[in-house]
Write a protein that binds this ligand. Sequence first.
Ligand code: MG
Length: 502
Amino acid sequence: MFENELVGEILKRYRRIWALSHVSALAEWDSDVMMPKGGSSLRGEAFAELAVLKQRFITDSSFVELVRRASREELNDYERGVIRILERSIHYYSSLPSEFVAEEERVIEAAKRAWEEAKQKSEFSIFRPHLERIFELQRKKAEYLGYDEHPYDALVDLYEEGATKRFLDRFFSVLVPEVSRLLKRIVSSPEFVERHELEDLTYVREDMERLNRFVLTAFGAPWDHFRMDVSAHPFTVDLAGPQDVRITTWYHGRDFRRSLLAAVHEWGHALYELQQDPELCCTPVSGGVSLGIHESQSRFWENHIGRSLAFVETFFDAFRLAIPSIGAYDIRDVYKYFNLVRPELIRVEADEVSYILHIALRYELEVAVIDGDISVAELPAAWNERIEKYLGVTPPDDAHGVLQDIHWAMGAVGYFPTYALGTVLSAQIRHAMEKDIGPLDELIRGKHFGAIRDWLFRKVHRFGSVYPPRELVRRALGEDLRTDYFLSYAKEHYGSIYGVSK
Ligand code: MG
C-alpha cells in the first residue's frame, strides 16, 4: 500500500502528529461525555496548546521539504492521497499568519460564550459584535487561503474539499423549488398531522438504551472496538479507526424515535471509520474524507434504513419489548411517526424534507454576509423573512431563529451545506447499492446488514481519505453527485405516506 521510500519516511514522522490528534480527540470525547463542568476552561487551554504543537509539526521546514520531494515521485493512489492531504494542511497552516490563528481562537472562545448567553436570553445584540468579528475574520481567512472565483469557495473547501459557491448555487437552485413544492403538498394533505401521539409516549431510559444496543448489534456493531455513551448532542468520534470508534446518543424519556434514530445516525458515521482499511490507521488518509461524505453515511442508515417500513416491521417486536405501551399502536402508526413531515423552527428537529430548506436559508445568508449584501445586524430580520418564505413558520424570538445554531459562533462558515450534500448523496448511494445487491427493503427484512456493510466497505469506507470527495463519488457510484435520486426518493417515500404521489 505504502511503498515509496519518501512516503515511508513521511508516515514515520507523521506518527507524532497522529498521536496529538488521537489525544485531542480523546479529550474532546471526554469533554462531552465525562468531564465535570468545572474542567472546561483548562481543557480549552490544553486544546489550544495541542493545536499549536500540531501546526508546528506540520509546518516544520524539513517535513514540508520531505512532502515536496515526495510529491515529485511516481506514486500510487494511496501515496498520492497522503501527499494531497498533507499539502492541504501545509497550505492551510502556512497561509495563515500565527497572529491570525491566535486571534481567531480568541474571538471564537469569546463568541461561543456570548452566543450561549445571547441564546439563553434570546438577545441577538449580545452576540452581534462577536459575530461581526467572526465574519470579518472569515473573509480575511478566505483572502489568506486564496480562491479562484469567490471567497466562499476557500471556506467551504475546508469542510468539503473541492466544493464551490458556483456548484452549491446550482445544487440548491434545483433542490429548493422541488422540495418546497413537496412540502406544500404534504402540509395540505388530509394525512398531515400537527402532532403524533407517539411523540408523547414515555420510556424508561435503561430500556431505551437496551433497545438501541439491540438494534446496533443487529447492524453488526463490533463492541470490542466501539462504544455508545450519552451526551447533550449526539456525535461520533474516531479515536483510532478501525480500533476505537465511539458514538453518543441522547435520552429524553419520551419520543423514542429521537434516541433511536440518533443512535442509528451516529452508527452510520461510526461504520465509515470502523470499515476503513486498517493499514490507513495513523496516517494522514485515515478517516472519512469530508463532512458531506460522512453525512451521506449517517443519513443512509438513519433515513434509508431507520425510517423504512421494513425496519419498523423487522424491529417492531423489539420496540414493544422495550416500551410495552407501544403495544397500543400498530406498525403503520410507528412508521408514520418515524416519518412525520412538519415545518419546524429548529433545524435539529426538522424532518428530512424540510431539512434541505433549513440548510438553503443558512447557505444563502452566510453568502450574503460574506458578499456584504446584508450586514450582521440585519441577519435576524433576514432569517425570519426567509424561514417564513420557505417553511411558513415565524420564530417567536431570536433563540428560535438566528441564534439556534452554534456553528457561526465556532467560526464555521461554509459548514452547513455539507448537511444537505450528505442527505442528497445518501439517496444516490442507495440507488447504486440496490442495483448491485438488490432492494434495500429485502435486505433489511432478511437482516442482511452484513451485505449492506460489505457494499459500503468496498465502495466507500475502505478508502478513508485517499480520494477527494468528488473522485470517491465517481469511483463508488460511476457518476457525479446528482439531485434527482434524492428528489424521486423523497417524492415516492413521503408521497406514499401522505398520499400525495402525483
Ligand atoms: Mg451527522
